[in-house]
Design a protein around this ligand. Structure first.
Ligand code: PHB
Length: 406
């Protein structure tokens, strides 16, 4: 098998890349270890930055998102018995869209398959070869047989636990990691929403978050022990904990519903440098992980492949490798900023040490400052709606954007 760009991983990053390349006449094959159904039903993130939604709309995969997603112009921070709203739109001119990651994945898979795109499901990449040559290869297993995909470039978008990253030799790879001493217990709830806009809350008992997936589905999270188990949390215990952390004196109370899904999410920050080696490029969770408090994970992955597609388009139209050579540097600048924001949001909104009353007071004071000062609120808002993709060589905008109409 031969293609121009071999894409290891069929999550949002891999699928969007394949789509962007297709719009510019570049061929790719996506190898995905899971089956289509599993991929399309996996409950993950739900907040899309404006840059992400713009990209989906401009490239023709945004119709259902525009119909079914919900646009939010602000978010709430709750602390010390108060709830304050950050007006994202007033402060930045931008908004966010709530639309599940697996819905984005469904839209992309359908679009790629309708266009004749090749996505091989249940295809497990086992080895990347000849990455220093002009003909790198991906070895993979499907239906019990070994296959080889010969490419011009290989892109590793196979997530944090994927194999791709390990093919950047250890001598040239540096990994930065921070683990947090808590997890998020996540539940999906059938029933009417409790609030129109997200609520991020700090309480003496820990963090909680009220989010949404649709007018009929609420998404709730609360800080838990990372080693806790779903089985320890019958529905009544969950509701009791959420009410304690969220209900306010003015009579607002969380609306209960039918819990249809429970899971525990681990929290870590991780960055791999560089994000490229020879003809291998990493993007998304394969290269970096952020804790979910800033809602940055999928958006960072999309930004990576946007930068990468520009480089690949430049290579195939002019033979220039300048943008490809700067891929890692350009992405990492933004990745580190988003890592900082996610770490900051996490630090401000979680209980790290129940004994440390001073630290808790500092967090409440910081939340008071962030919601009370326009300058501080703008700092949060501009990061939350997404920082611009910056720092390509100055003339890049004139040269081309990867997703101009085909
Ligand atoms: C979600 O709806 O799943 C969600 C929202 C905001 C976050 C993280 C997750 O910061």
């Amino acid at each position: 098998m031969r293609t121009q760009v071999g894409i290891v991983g069929g999550g949002p990053a891999g699928l969007i890349l394949s789509h962007l390349l297709h719009l510019r006449g570049i061929d790719s094959v996506v190898l995905e270890v899971r089956g289509r159904e599993e991929l399309e039903s996996e409950i993950r993130a739900g907040v899309l930055e404006q840059g992400t939604t713009d990209l989906l709309v401009e490239t023709g995969v945004g119709d259902r998102m525009r119909e079914e997603g919900s646009v939010h112009y602000g978010v709430n921070l709750q602390f010390g018995g108060r709830r304050e709203r950050i007006d994202l739109h007033e402060l930045t001119g931008k908004a966010i869209t709530l639309y599940g990651q697996h819905e984005v994945v469904k839209d992309l898979i359908r679009t790629r398959l309708d266009a004749g795109g090749q996505i091989l499901f249940e295809a497990k990449a086992t080895e990347l070869l000849d990455l220093d040559s002009e003909e790198p290869k991906v070895r993979f297993r499907k239906d019990g047989e070994e296959h080889e995909l010969v490419c011009d470039f290989v892109v590793g978008v196979d997530g944090f636990h994927g194999v791709s990253r390990s093919f950047i030799p250890a001598e040239v790879r540096t990994e930065y990691e921070r683990k947090y001493p808590f997890g998020w217990f996540g539940v999906l709830v059938e029933g009417p929403p409790s609030t129109e806009e997200l609520i991020y809350a700090l309480h003496e008992r820990g963090f909680s978050l009220v989010s949404t997936r649709s007018p009929e589905i609420q998404r709730l999270y609360f800080q838990c022990d990372p080693n806790d188990e779903v089985a320890n949390w019958p529905d009544e215990r969950i509701w009791k904990e959420m009410h304690t952390r969220l209900d306010t004196d003015d009579g607002w109370t969380l609306t209960e519903g039918k819990i249809i899904h429970k899971s525990i999410v681990q929290m870590r920050s991780f960055v791999c440098e560089p994000m490229q080696h020879g003809r291998l490029f990493l993007a998304g969770d394969a290269a970096h992980i952020v804790p979910p408090t800033g809602a940055k994970g999928m958006n960072l992955a999309v930004a990576d492949v946007r930068v990468l597609s520009r480089g690949l388009v430049e290579f195939y139209t002019s033979g220039d490798t300048g943008l490809l050579a700067s891929y890692s540097e350009v992405c990492l600048r933004r990745v580190w900023k988003a890592s900082r924001f996610s770490w900051w949001m996490t630090s401000m909104l979680h209980r790290f040490d129940e004994e440390n009353a001073f630290q808790y007071r500092m967090q409440v004071a910081e939340l008071g400052y962030v919601t009370g000062s326009r300058a501080a609120a703008t700092t949060l808002a501009e990061n939350y709606v997404g920082l611009p993709i910056e720092a390509e060589p100055k003339d890049v905008e004139e040269r081309q954007t990867a997703y101009d109409a085909p």
